[in-house]
Design a protein around this ligand. Structure first.
Ligand code: HEM
Length: 478
């Protein structure tokens, strides 16, 4: 006969086990909490800042219009202050003097990018935009800038190609026969085609749905990557394992974009003759082959995909938004629009197509474009930087690897350098004779170290190319 042992004995180990697991979970939680609170402590000599909430710090304060919030905080804590982004200690630079002190006078110290979990996941800190400061950044930037000069601004033919793109653009507008429409997609396509000419040697037609879709989801990712949610992900990367949410959307979009780019790169590299590059992709593949087997070379097929994607999106989002603001402000200020038209018409008599040389004869157009870039703050917080070594600024000590936010909006609204910064006034870029004048506190492209690279790769290049492109497209809109 089978006897049944006392059933009351079994729940005891089960309860003990449960208690053990509970204690372990509690200990783990307590450990994580203490670790987080230790991470949130400001190191000695670190700039002060607004009080953080335990665990999440100041993340929620940056949820809407962070540039405006940060400028207001600078009025309380000074031009340089600190934030706690959920355990990621961050320094914020405000106003022209402070930004110049760090990005110009200590350019190498402030030239790095922060090793944030999101950047690590998306591009493994490679590519161009979020690349760490060092050999990889140097090699990729050098190749990108020389390609842009060689296949772009350095060629007379390129100017003709920009004019051709303008004609496609104007024809597409004409198809709407004067009826209202949202120009966003058209402007995006036209603008990205200028970069596409350099990267792939060819443009994409305005009805190419695949290309349009790629740009759309890439833009969506750019928005997600600068949202409050991305700050949360960087502070608590374990969010990655939650199977739903915006991070999953971002990963899906990124996978789709990279697949598309891979196909396009393969297509445009067909028929390539080594050392006779037709475009950026060919030039990159030449570098890749030449450096194959070189220990520590940063050129890789993966980095080619990241770089191509980043060049397309960096050029497209920014320039497109600038032109969209330009259209809006021309509609808001008909008197400015009229002066712009008059100047363009006086320089381009008989319907002649514009050339880059015409830019010098259009000081008012130039002033309007500069005021749009100042007033509309296309990239208000720049791209996050990091210190490459320990730094001293205004008596504060900033350890190596600290994340740095450059509040470019606060530079463009710095009352020490701009009268009535909240007023849209192109005249501030003109002298009393109507000539265009540069203003030192104009930093839409941020500031960087020029002498570090021997190849004249610096923001002057961007400063030169972008307004030229804008005035060409702009002139053709008249
Ligand atoms: C109105 C147009 C543009 C604006 C306002 C703009 C603004 C900026 C800003 C603020 C940065 C961050 C710089 C920093 O870290 O301090 C940046 C970086 C960058 N931009 Fe632009 N940009 C524009 C157009 C373009 C175009 C047309 C391209 C190329 C096709 C481009 C490529 C890049 C690249 C590659 C970087 C990263 C540079 C690096 O980390 O070394 N941008 N841009």
């Amino acid at each position: 006969m089978i006897s049944i042992k006392s059933p009351s004995l079994t729940p005891v180990p089960c309860a003990q086990a449960l208690l053990g697991v509970g204690c372990l979970a509690f200990a783990l939680l307590a450990f994580m909490l203490v670790r987080q609170l230790v991470k949130q402590r400001r190191p000695p000599g670190f700039p002060p800042g607004p009080s953080p909430i335990p665990v999440i710090g100041n993340i929620f304060s940056l949820a809407t219009e962070p540039h405006v919030f940060l400028k207001k905080q600078s009025e309380v804590h000074g031009q340089i202050f600190s934030l706690d982004l959920g355990g990621i200690l961050t320094v914020v630079l405000n106003g022209y003097d402070c930004v110049r002190e760090c990005l110009y006078h200590q350019s190498e110290v402030f030239a790095d990018r922060p090793s944030l979990p999101l950047f690590k996941k998306m591009t493994k800190m490679g590519g161009l935009l979020n690349c760490k400061y060092g050999k990889g950044w140097n090699e990729h930037r050098k190749l990108a800038c020389s390609s842009f000069r060689y296949f772009g601004s350095g060629q007379k033919l390129f100017e003709k190609k920009i004019s051709e793109e303008c004609m496609f653009f104007v024809d597409a507008i004409d198809e709407h026969k004067g009826k209202p429409f949202n120009p966003k997609h058209l402007v995006t396509n036209a603008v990205s085609n200028i970069t596409n000419l350099i990267i792939f040697g060819q443009r994409f037609t305005y009805d190419d749905r695949n290309f349009q879709h790629m740009i759309e989801i890439f833009s969506e990712n750019v928005e997600l990557a600068v949202s409050g949610w991305a700050l949360l992900y960087n502070a608590f990367p374990c969010i990655e394992y939650v199977p739903f949410g915006k991070h999953q959307k971002l990963f899906r979009n990124a996978a789709e974009v990279y697949n598309f780019l891979q196909e396009v790169i393969n297509g445009f590299s067909q028929g390539r003759v080594p050392h006779v590059p037709r475009h950026y992709v060919d030039a990159y593949l030449d570098e890749l082959e030449q450096n194959a087997g070189h220990h520590g070379s940063s050129f890789s097929y993966e980095n080619l995909i990241y770089s191509v994607g980043e060049l397309i999106i960096a050029g497209t989002e920014t320039t497109t938004n600038t032109l969209r603001w330009a259209m809006l402000y021309m509609a808001l200020y008909p008197n400015i629009q009229e002066r712009v038209h008059k100047e363009i018409d006086s320089v381009l008599s008989n319907g002649r197509a514009p050339t880059l040389e015409d830019k010098q004869r259009m000081p008012y157009v130039e002033a309007v474009l500069h005021e749009i870039l100042r007033f509309c703050n296309i990239v208000p917080l720049g791209i996050f930087r990091a210190t490459s070594q320990d730094a001293k600024v205004n008596g504060y000590t900033i350890p190596k690897g600290t994340m740095v936010i450059t509040n470019l909006y606060s530079v463009h609204f710095d009352e020490k350098y701009w009268n009535d910064p909240g007023v849209f006034s192109p005249e501030r870029f003109l002298d009393s004779s109507g000539n265009f004048v540069r203003r030192e506190a104009f930093l839409p492209f941020s500031l960087g170290k020029a002498s570090f690279l021997k190849t004249s790769i610096n923001y002057d290049w961007l400063n030169q190319v972008i307004p030229q492109r804008l005035s060409c497209v702009f002139a053709d809109l008249r």
